[in-house]
Design a protein. Structure first.
Ligand code: SAM
Length: 393
């Protein structure tokens, strides 16, 4: 288990190089699962973003020379990528880091199984699993109104399925290299069943962490930053890169949800916004409020963190982020790109290129991700890799 966790952290720390990573060998569970010709790659996404999710996975497959096509329905919250031949999925998964995808919340190598008997779903599921052992399992639904209605059924089934797996010795959290089993309920008897590699997939059921707005937080918007920290940084990176006493700048800070997230982690914050900050944020004593333009502000010295939630053209924000790193004004940044336009996938790709074109290759990590708390927007994380050459300061 220890080795598994280390492996997971290392994969999460890989730099974004704009080149496909070295292919990893396919695990045996994947090779045997792909013997079934009706297997596809099931991707979860926010309902309404299926076109972006499809365009992205098709582009990634094309870049690796894998033929296939994505199938989806608007509002379904899912995309199915069919590789032709199906073995192409093994190459796709071994050559692609899940963290490189922006619009997918999770990916599962899945297939639809025959309808379950409503009087005994567990036996039907166990029969489909066969003799395979798994490291864990997620009972899931799609993020739709119909999916929400199925959540109580998943909660009800969970302990029964766990007991059945434990009795058969098939739930082996102690054995590294085992896949995670996903059971995605499309209706009360209709299930997509499949596997993911925990070292190369989102670690949460349905692909996102459940976060609650803390009672004293000035705005709901702070949940975006909270989720961004959890999604972009491994637990080890969070401990190392987000330490009490560090300095942060928050551009577009009012009313203060993001600054509040930083202060509650012990950081000192310079909050930039012409608008007023919430009194409970100022009462922390950790925030200096400057009523200046975020595009003109220059920090007196390098800060550990830049965060930016200014509502502006995404291209302008992308240029601003790159500029801060070129100037050496910050070491890490989390920012939000608003996407009110129709061509959202293309716009994200354009912003990615704008940022990377201004920075030396392989010296920075850039991740862009459509978080659960993002609506018509995506979040970004940019950081200088430790071995990167020093920027001008
Ligand atoms: N992150 C904030 C929170 O958690 O409370 C919400 C930020 S809100 C979405 C966007 C903010 O950007 C607004 O308060 C607005 O005043 C500010 N803003 C817009 N243009 C700006 C600029 N050029 N410089 C600084 N702030 C700006």
């Amino acid at each position: 288990m220890k080795q598994r966790q280390v492996d997971f952290l290392e994969r999460r720390s890989l730099p974004d190089t704009r080149h496909p990573p070295e292919g990893r060998p396919s695990p045996s569970w994947l090779t045997s699962w792909l013997e079934s010709p009706d297997v596809f790659l099931l991707l979860y996404c926010r309902p309404g973003f299926e076109a972006e999710c499809t365009a992205e996975i098709q582009a990634k497959a094309r870049a690796q020379g894998i033929s296939g096509y994505g199938k989806t329905t608007l509002g379904s919250g899912e995309v199915r990528f069919h590789a032709d031949p199906v073995s192409g999925l093994a190459r796709l998964l071994s050559g692609l880091e899940f963290a490189e995808l922006c619009f997918s919340r999770q990916w599962v190598v899945a297939r639809e199984i025959p309808p379950l008997l409503s009087q005994d779903r567990v036996s039907g599921l166990i029969a489909e699993l066969g003799e395979r052992a798994v490291g864990g399992f997620f009972l899931e639904t799609l993020d739709t109104a119909a999916g929400k209605l199925l959540a109580p059924l998943c909660r009800q089934l969970e302990p029964h399925l766990r007991r059945a797996l434990e009795q058969r010795g098939q739930l082996r959290a102690d054995r590294p290299g085992l896949p995670r089993w996903h059971l995605c309920f499309l209706s009360s008897t209709h299930v997509c069943l499949g596997f993911s590699d925990p070292a190369n997939a989102a670690p949460w059921p349905m692909g996102f962490p459940r976060l609650k707005r803390p009672p004293r937080a000035p705005s709901r918007s702070g949940l975006k930053l909270d989720e961004a920290f959890l999604s972009f940084l491994s637990p080890a990176e969070l401990t190392e890169r987000l330490q009490p006493g560090m300095q942060a700048v928050d551009l577009g800070a009012a009313p203060g949800g993001w600054s509040w997230q930083l202060t509650r982690r012990g950081l000192w914050v310079t909050a930039i916004d012409n608008g007023p900050l919430a009194p409970e944020l100022l009462a922390t004593g950790r925030v200096r409020h400057l009523q200046v333009d975020g595009f003109r502000y220059r920090p007196p010295r390098q800060v550990d963190w830049l965060v930016c939630d200014i509502v502006e053209q995404p291209e302008r924000i992308a240029r601003l982020m790159a500029h801060w790193f070129v100037q050496g004004w910050c070491r890490n940044a989390i920012f939000n790109l608003k996407l009110p336009m129709r061509k959202r996938y293309e716009e994200v790709q354009r912003c990615r290129a704008i940022i990377l074109d201004q920075l030396p290759p392989r010296a920075y990590r850039l991740r862009l991700r459509h978080l659960y708390h993002d609506r018509e927007e995506v979040s970004g994380y940019l950081s200088r890799l430790e071995q990167a050459p020093a920027s001008r300061s």
